[in-house]
Write a new protein. Structure first.
Length: 75
């Protein structure tokens, strides 16, 4: 699986697009929005710096646990 990174302004629908893309290509989503929701954190109200850093660590762990990228045959 080749990692794809999306960056955009808040409320740009990154998570929505990411979920749709993952469904289309049989991929997986690692989203800070999802991780924060799982942890009971609400981003619109501000997240304490330590809690945000903990969510970042969880995201990195999840990305590292993904299967390695498969060669596509493109050069």
């Amino acid at each position: 699986m080749t990692p794809t990174l999306m960056c955009a302004l808040s409320f740009a629908r990154k998570s929505t697009f990411g979920v749709l893309l993952a469904e289309e290509i049989d991929g997986q989503v690692v989203s800070l929005d999802i991780i924060n929701t799982e942890r009971g954190l609400v981003g619109g109200q501000g997240i304490p710096l330590q809690e945000g850093a903990a969510s970042d660590r969880i995201a990195h762990e999840r990305v590292e646990a993904l299967p390695p990228a498969r060669p596509t045959g493109c050069s």
